[in-house]
Design a protein around this ligand. Structure first.
Ligand SMILES: Nc1ncnc2c1ncn2[C@@H]1O[C@H](COP(=O)(O)OP(=O)(O)O)[C@@H](O)[C@H]1O
Ligand SMILES: [Mg+2]
Length: 357
């Protein structure tokens, strides 16, 4: 099957030149038609695919507060990256399985899921599912079984490293041209063993912050947990991206929160801000991202912009020459201190090995 993103771009390029013009009727699947509308509405003049990152980026989307937009951001950034040409793997690590729902991926009890890879012996390849949003987007769903994993994992050897090892083994088993450019991990709203696994698995953290009262409450705890993980389990992990979500331009408060976050986190904060938009909250009910549900909505355009910025920041990331990075030699690299974005936060100079080695 041809990648719809690619077909969209070539179609639009053809539209812009004097070549044959394609209409909606040329697109044989509803998803492709929707995606065509999306890209036409969003960026008719700018249909370049997003640039590939300099290394595989494993991004943990974390914030122990519930309802701040972790799942929504994971889903919509994932779909945007895939529609714009980047192979993306979304891993749902929340027992509620909201991410799986929003991507239209089955996650009833018994469905092969991330639980089988974390607690059982399954490989990620055995539990990964395709999505309808894009052939470039794949999803490892979470079932309610995962709720027991926090307890079941306690007695498992190297319990904090289960997800990292699964991801590394998965990537190294794939031929280079099938490896994901992006792996996005959606965390549950807690700081338990599941989130810990995600922080050990990731090379960077993306924190969605809701532009509301108490937005920064609890953030200190998350940041100190990340520091602890960096000190003891995953020297390469660092916060690289802050995404402001649910921004309501009508309120002064939203601006105050946004200013405060920008003052505190500086250039880690993406310029793109996700507005509060009812279409964003409706989309999961239809098993869709907002990009496919209502491509022209402000929620959709803002997620495309956020994904574009994320992708652009990834271009300068260099693979770390770290042959024994985990159980395999998979090119899942850690931070490079030369990256302009994070030089102050990254501690990559200390990150030549992991404690688990
Ligand atoms: N930009 C937005 N505009 C409107 N509703 C949103 C937006 N982002 C998220 N939501 C809604 O807010 C709720 C919480 O979002 P969610 O992504 O599930 O948060 P988390 O994963 O952090 O718990 C969901 O019902 C979601 O649909
Ligand atoms: Mg969630």
């Amino acid at each position: 099957m041809t990648d719809p993103g690619e077909r969209l771009r070539s179609s639009l390029a053809a539209d812009q030149s004097s070549g044959p013009s394609y209409g909606l009727a040329d697109f044989d699947s509803p998803i492709a038609m929707e995606a065509l509308r999306a890209t036409r509405v969003l960026h008719a003049a700018d249909q370049e695919p997003f640039p590939a990152p300099g290394r595989i980026r494993v991004i943990t989307i974390a914030n122990q507060k519930g309802g701040v937009g972790k799942t929504t951001s994971t889903v919509n950034l994932g779909v945007a990256l895939a529609l714009y040409g980047l192979r993306t793997l979304v891993i749902d690590l929340d027992p509620q399985g909201n991410c799986s729902t929003a991507l239209g991926v089955e996650h009833t009890v018994g469905t092969p899921s991330v639980y089988d890879a974390l607690v059982g012996d399954s490989t990620l390849a055995e539990v990964v599912h395709p999505t309808t949003a894009s052939p470039l987007l794949r999803c490892v769903p979470a079932t309610i079984d995962l709720a027991g994993a926090e307890i079941e994992l306690v007695s498992v050897v190297a319990r904090e490293h289960r997800l990292r090892r699964a991801i590394e083994a998965h990537i190294s088993a794939l031929p280079p041209d099938e490896r994901p450019h992006y792996v996005l991990i959606d965390c549950p709203p807690s700081l338990g063993l599941l989130t810990l696994n995600a922080l050990v698995a990731g090379d960077e953290v993306l924190i969605p912050i809701q532009c509301e009262y108490y937005a920064l409450e609890g953030l200190g705890q998350l940041l100190s947990n990340i520091d602890l993980v960096r000190a003891h389990l995953n020297p390469g992990i660092a916060v690289r991206t802050i995404l402001l979500t649910m921004y309501d331009g009508r309120t002064k408060l939203a601006d105050q929160v946004a200013d405060e976050v920008r003052n505190h986190f500086g250039e880690l904060v993406l310029q793109a801000v996700i507005p509060r938009n009812v279409r964003v909250s409706e989309a999961p009910g239809y098993g869709q991202s907002v990009l496919t549900y209502d491509p022209g909505s402000r929620g959709s355009t803002s997620y495309v912009e956020a994904a574009r910025e994320l992708a652009q920041r990834g271009v300068s990331m260099r693979p770390l020459d770290r042959p024994s990075a985990g159980v395999s030699a998979a090119p899942v690299a850690t931070l490079s201190v030369s990256d302009p974005v994070m030089s102050d936060v990254a501690t990559a100079d200390a990150a030549t090995t992991r404690e688990s080695q």
